[in-house]
Design a binder for this molecule. Structure first.
Ligand code: HEC
Length: 169
């Protein structure tokens, strides 16, 4: 092959690869069954949902401490929904998740409704124990939680904290 033929060949190869990758975009080309399977595989698992639960746990504590009771209530509702998502996406955790929803959510809701720091603090301690109980039940006993988080990431609480860099004492 001379230089020019070589160049044409490379361009042609590039075009072929380009059109192949376009045609093989599974979102357009795969069967409905395969698309569904890909979506199932892409669903976030427990660790992803838990990352957010952890942030909301901190936000809940500081919302109450700042007397932002409605925001605290909202955090509890979101934690509840996230644990329900764990149930849906990871059926093997469904039973222990249900135990948590039944036993831990109603008391923390009541503690927030009381709008009293002391009742809240007690309720939050109970919540923390219930969270860790599920970790033990699911072979993750090493994931422990602070009874009094040092910071929270929500801008609503304006603590200068972010998810990636918690405040230094
Ligand atoms: C259904 C049981 C269950 C409940 C209820 C539960 N967790 Fe978890 N949590 C897990 C499991 C399992 C993991 C480990 C994730 C994995 O291996 O996929 C985890 C991981 C975590 C992590 C580590 C996330 C990371 O990767 O950095 C945090 C933080 C966390 N949970 C907080 C909480 C808090 C706060 C609560 C209560 C409000 C809670 N969890 C309730 C099962 C649970």
């Amino acid at each position: 092959m001379n230089m020019q033929a070589q160049r044409y060949f490379i361009v042609l190869l590039g075009l072929m690869i380009g059109s192949y990758t376009m045609a093989s975009d599974w979102r357009h080309s795969d069967s409905a069954d395969q698309k569904l399977q890909n979506l199932i595989d892409a669903l976030p698992g427990t660790s992803h949902w838990m990352f957010e639960v952890g942030e909301r746990y901190n936000n809940l504590y500081w919302a109450a401490k700042q007397g932002k009771w409605e925001f605290a209530e909202y955090q509890v509702e979101e934690i509840e929904k996230l644990v329900q998502l764990v149930q849906l996406t990871r059926p093997k955790r469904a039973a222990t998740a249900q135990e948590f929803l039944d036993s831990a959510i109603p008391p923390i809701k009541r503690a927030v409704e009381s709008r009293q720091w002391n009742s809240f603090k007690f309720g939050f301690g109970q919540l923390s124990i219930a969270c860790m109980h599920c970790h033990v039940q699911n072979d993750h006993a090493f994931i422990t939680l602070p009874p009094a988080p040092k910071g929270a990431s929500s801008p609503v609480l304006n603590m200068g904290a972010t998810v990636l860099s918690p405040p230094v004492e």
